[in-house]
Design a binder for this molecule. Structure first.
Ligand SMILES: [Zn+2]
Length: 105
């Protein structure tokens, strides 16, 4: 009887593990890792952004920006350098980052 109950609980653990794994995966709502993008020149914060995947920041989808600290699109609110350009990526509005103008952490 105890063995049977252990078997069930192991199976339940397996299901739970699978469930948690599927929840942890990036889904249609997009990735959940949030990064802070800041000005490379004056360190002012620019965006809080839900970034997909690993690697360097090349573009920002506008719909994934959680918090926007800028006053003008693609312009640093503090030192007023232009750090990105507005573009469309597969029909979705995005900012294409200009190399070396913004940092991510
Ligand atoms: Zn700046």
């Amino acid at each position: 009887m105890i063995a049977w109950r252990n078997g069930v609980s192991l199976a339940a653990k397996g299901i739970l593990k699978e469930y948690l794994h599927s929840v942890a995966k990036p889904n249609k709502k997009g990735p959940t890792r949030t990064v802070l993008i800041s000005c490379a020149q004056c360190k002012a914060p620019l965006y809080k952004y839900r970034k997909g995947g690993k690697g360097a920041l090349v573009k920002c989808f506008i719909e994934r920006i959680v918090e926007d600290y800028t006053n003008q699109p693609c312009e640093c609110p503090q030192c007023h350098q232009t750090f990105a350009r507005e573009t469309l990526i597969r029909g979705t509005p995005a900012y294409k980052m200009i190399g070396g103008k913004a940092h991510m952490k």
